[in-house]
Design a protein around this ligand. Structure first.
Ligand SMILES: [Fe+2]
Ligand SMILES: [Fe+2]
Length: 304
């Protein structure tokens, strides 16, 4: 029988959450930010130090990605609040939310330490942006637990890809290793939610499909609420760190279409069947938009 309330749904999926949490813990290897940060390149900041882009060898696009990546990790208090409120503080749900929080906290520690010692980003601008973002406390607030599962499954994978692609564009091995390590955590977070969605598709296929459709339709990278977010998002797309093509080819097609198999689902109610059709069409359109965008970017690069 389909659970009739969010509480009943969460209770039914709790053993799955416990199993996925167990899998997550047994596949996690402890790691330490201090071992990845290249401290020897750092030095004291003189009083009145003024950062200049001329002192670093990174493009504005890569700096945008680092800026957005880190500020997203800094917004952790509000992500935690949303997740704990949505999934509950009890049972495996609560254990997961707290473990996830501890892991995400490590991401902001390691990225900030790396940026501070390498001076890749203006530390004053970064700190002011962190203050502004955390004071505003804005994060996506999915309306149901099913929406929450779908959003975080997509978002953790998007974050993994953005971190990894950012790392590949850094001009030092230490920076690459920092971003790779963080990306591998995001991947394991993604797997937890991806498989939770698969389980929810069995318990409430119609509800889950409607939630996936809503979340794909409204998806935004975490980072809304960051000062000048749109400018940074454009820069990130220009550098092919994250764009429509990646969103389609590395997230929507492999996860929504292939892994969750939304096109083959059976037993959907009429509204869910309609949502599924709209979802599949939308994914096709995003794929086309991604190919157009990449072709334009290649042309522009060729003409420079
Ligand atoms: Fe993270
Ligand atoms: Fe994560």
């Amino acid at each position: 029988m389909t659970p009739t309330s969010p509480e009943a749904l969460l209770a039914e999926l709790e053993p799955t959450a416990a199993r996925l949490l167990e899998r997550h813990l047994s596949s996690s290897k402890e790691w330490f930010p201090h071992e990845l940060v290249p401290w020897s390149v750092g030095e004291d900041f003189e009083p009145g130090y003024e950062w200049s882009a001329d002192d670093v060898h990174l493009s504005a696009e890569v700096r945008s990605a680092l800026f957005v990546n880190l500020l997203t990790e800094d917004n952790l208090p509000y992500y935690f609040r949303t997740i704990e409120r949505m999934f509950s503080a009890d049972s495996a749900w609560g254990v997961w939310a707290r473990r996830w929080t501890a892991e995400e906290g490590r991401h902001s520690i390691v990225i900030r330490d790396y940026l501070t010692v390498t001076r890749a980003i203006d530390p004053v601008q970064l700190e002011r942006a962190r203050m502004a973002q955390v004071e505003c406390g804005e994060v996506p607030e999915p309306e149901t637990p099913l929406d929450g599962f779908a959003y975080v499954a997509l978002q953790e994978l998007a974050t993994r890809i953005a971190h990894h692609n950012t790392g590949k564009l850094l001009d030092d091995k230490a920076g690459y290793e920092v971003m790779k390590k963080v990306a591998s955590d995001e991947n394991r977070h993604h797997l937890f939610y991806r498989d939770l969605v698969s389980a929810a598709l069995e318990v409430d296929p119609s509800g889950m499909v409607r939630a996936i459709e809503r979340q794909v339709r409204t998806f935004e990278m975490p980072g809304t609420g960051i000062l000048d977010y749109d400018v940074h998002a454009k820069a990130i797309a220009k550098a092919a760190i994250y764009d429509f093509g990646i969103h389609h080819d590395q997230i929507l097609a492999p996860v929504v279409l292939r892994h969750w198999g939304v096109e083959q689902l059976e037993g959907l109610d009429a509204e869910a069947a309609q949502a599924r059709d709209a979802l599949v069409k939308r994914i096709g359109r995003i794929g086309k938009a991604g190919r157009r965008f990449a072709a334009r970017r290649d042309e522009q690069l060729a003409s420079v």
